[in-house]
Design a protein around this ligand. Structure first.
Ligand code: SDX
Length: 377
């Protein structure tokens, strides 16, 4: 029995205010700077949403033009960063490459030790611009494919897909990818964002905070879940040789629950009546199932969701539809969480800058329950 004053996992504990986003489990809604995320996903580019998260307002046409010019000018990987990535074994997890890249970008930044508002905004845009090239380059090198240089005539999402696959993606695919980036961008004080705020609260630099946040996001209880969803789908598909996906999904789930396993892509610390982002991401999945003519993926998704609903009142979170969308687009499964990194760079850096506005060192207390005081003989 823990002391009632202890809030394990900080569950339900309010630690600060934020103006960046509002997660409301009662209304099952998510606002980015006051705008419902569903409206932003349907009508904005990820560049516009990034600008909104950082500045509090959507950009004017002129502001957007200036912002995208700056972003497009920073997309290419430097030879030094490529050399560092090449030095990492292809057997390491792609999240380790993202974490290392954030660190290298910090170490080599001309304003590395400058934490002024302008310097941090420059750093945030630099990470936003460069992370897609890191993710794309890493997947290609693992496949033995040559680097594809960024194109400054393509928007963020179209360019991300271009650098990854070496061909221009269809508008439907670009649209689904853009939606996924917007939905993944920001979610108040989730574990990785709070990690970034803790690091920032000591007045450490932005890249150190982002590096720590990437480390937190890697875990399967957090960002790593989208990759884990695909491992689940692969196991069920393998066992469903007879085509009875529903039966095999149910059997797989019964075994996993019997072993007290956490089912990846389901549940949420804040949303208890479903993740507000799922309907929008699921609609994109339906579009991708149609575009790639993969009804089997839709069937698998529904089979496991139905089986889970019949057994536990634990609903899908964003990672559940996001994983299959990225799979259908052709991303390798270990690349899924790096895609989450690329999107969340915006939310993380917005929170880092907000933390600095009215900073207070984050240092909670602990209740000691170790050995009673004693002394050396
Ligand atoms: C993200 O915080 C954010 O906003 C994160 C995120 C973001 O945008 O930044 O939304 C992104 O991280 C989404 C979550 C991705 N993770 C997963 O899909 C991993 C599987 N999910 C679980 O690990 C779990 O649901 C958590 C960690 C996400 C939240 O769980 P909590 O709050 O620690 O646990 P809970 O109080 O919700 O669980 C209550 C009960 C427990 O059972 P008992 O031990 O009381 O018997 O429900 C069970 C849990 O074991 N439970 C699950 C489960 N989720 C909760 N059981 C099986 N499978 C699950 N997925």
């Amino acid at each position: 029995m823990t002391d009632p004053q202890i809030h394990k996992g900080l569950a339900g504990v309010l630690v600060d205010t934020t103006r960046i986003s509002k997660v409301n489990p009662e209304t099952n809604s998510l606002l980015y700077r006051g705008y419902p995320v569903q409206e932003l996903a349907a009508r904005c580019s990820f560049e516009e949403v990034a600008y909104l998260l950082w500045n509090g307002e959507l950009p004017t046409e002129a502001q957007l033009a200036e912002f995208t010019d700056g972003e497009r000018a920073q997309r290419a990987l430097t030879p030094e960063l490529k050399a560092v990535i090449d030095a990492l074994p292809v057997t390491c997890h792609p999240m380790d490459v993202c974490r290392t890249a954030a660190s290298v970008l910090g170490a080599s930044h001309e304003l590395a030790e400058d934490s002024s508002v302008q310097a941090n905004m420059d750093k945030a845009v630099g990470l936003f611009a460069a992370m897609p090239a890191v993710v794309a380059y890493d997947q290609r090198r693992r496949r033995g494919e040559d680097v594809v240089e960024p194109r400054d005539d393509l928007g963020y999402s179209a360019n991300f897909l271009w650098m990854t696959f070496g061909e221009e993606a269809a508008p439907e695919v670009v649209e689904a990818f853009n939606v996924s980036m917007i939905l993944y961008a920001e979610h108040s004080f989730n574990a990785s964002t709070f990690t970034g705020r803790v690091i920032t609260s000591t007045l450490s630099d932005l890249h150190s905070a982002v590096t720590g946040a990437i480390g937190a996001l890697k875990g399967p209880l957090h960002g790593g879940a989208n990759e884990a969803v695909m491992h689940t789908f692969a196991e069920i598909t393998e066992s469903a040789a007879d085509g009875d996906v529903a039966a095999h999904a149910a059997a797989w789930l019964d075994e996993a629950l019997a072993e007290k396993k956490k089912i990846m892509g389901f549940g949420h610390r804040v949303y208890k009546n479903g993740d507000s982002r799922v309907p929008t991401m699921k609609a994109s999945l339906d579009n991708m199932v149609k575009y790639y003519d993969r009804p089997d993926m839709g069937e698998l998704y529904t089979a496991l969701e139905t089986a889970m609903g019949e057994r536990k009142n634990i609903l899908p979170n964003l990672d559940y539809p996001a994983g299959p969308v990225y799979h259908l687009m052709g991303f390798d499964t270990p690349t899924f969480t790096p895609l989450f990194v690329a999107a969340r760079i915006t939310g993380w850096t917005a929170h880092i800058m907000e933390q600095l506005e009215a900073n207070s060192l984050i240092r909670p207390l602990s209740e000691y329950n170790g050995a009673e005081e004693r002394h050396l003989p």
